[in-house]
Design a protein around this ligand. Structure first.
Ligand SMILES: [Ca+2]
Ligand SMILES: [Ca+2]
Length: 163
């Protein structure tokens, strides 16, 4: 009885209304589905020693909230065979839909490496807008850079083949 009386006292007190204050309501947070995307304009590039440079475009598919840096990585074993400039391009919330370009040039050495060498340029993006950050996306990063984060390079040698 004593305990019941105590409960009754609580229900009869002025604190009753405080139990149903707006603080007891549920807060619902809706996260916008961000269709962040980055498009590369080519999947393959063919270059030759002594030949012209080739370029391919990169552009964002949606507006980032802050700057996005897209970089390109040349395989280390090919770093003396090919030059890709610039190493990175920066998109801002203002110029995100204006294409920028990576320029690929074969280094004209005096050695016969192989009649044609194939390798892959890898691309990644960094931003504090995490929807545009390859590292932050982890396994979902493959959906960020489209149609693929790789550009295949065919590098033709111009040295004579002596038999
Ligand atoms: Ca050469
Ligand atoms: Ca060569």
């Amino acid at each position: 009885m004593h305990e019941a009386a105590s409960v009754d006292t609580a229900y009869d007190s002025s604190s009753v209304t405080s139990l149903f204050r707006p603080a007891a309501t549920i807060t619902v947070r809706v996260f916008e589905v961000d269709a962040a995307s980055i498009f590369l304009g080519s999947q393959t590039v063919a270059i030759a020693e002594g030949g012209l440079s080739k370029q391919y475009s990169v552009v964002l598919g949606s507006t980032p909230s802050v700057d996005v840096v897209v970089n390109v990585t040349v395989p280390s074993v090919q770093s003396s065979e090919v030059q890709v400039l610039p190493a990175e391009v920066t998109f801002t919330p203002m110029n995100w839909n204006v294409a920028q370009f990576f320029v690929v040039t074969a280094v004209n050495d005096d050695f016969l490496d192989s009649p044609v060498v194939q390798f892959t340029l890898k691309h990644a993006a960094q931003s504090t807008d995490l929807a545009f950050d390859s590292t932050a996306l982890g396994s979902s990063a493959s959906a960020l850079i489209l149609p693929s984060d790789e550009v295949r390079v065919f590098l033709f040698d111009d040295e004579e083949v002596y038999i």
